[in-house]
Design a protein around this ligand. Structure first.
Ligand SMILES: [Cu+2]
Length: 68
């Protein structure tokens, strides 16, 4: 199962890696793929989907903004 988010503030592959690392720290997230050109984050999770607010906090703590 997967979810897609809009993430602002990514400008290069390094930013993508930072966003992906932040997303992967969320319990249940098994895969994360960020795209700085499309400004998107796609996550895959194993069982229960993570709470959107939790994802938002994780991404914002990493220095980016996620719109819900
Ligand atoms: Cu960057």
């Amino acid at each position: 199962m997967q979810k897609n988010y809009q993430v602002a503030g990514m400008f290069c592959a390094g930013c993508e890696r930072a966003v992906e690392a932040a997303a992967l720290k969320i319990p249940g997230v098994v895969k994360a793929q960020a795209d700085h050109k499309a400004q998107t984050l796609k996550i895959e999770f194993s069982l229960e989907p993570p709470d959107d607010e939790e994802v938002k906090h994780a991404i914002e703590n990493a220095g980016f903004s996620l719109s819900l």
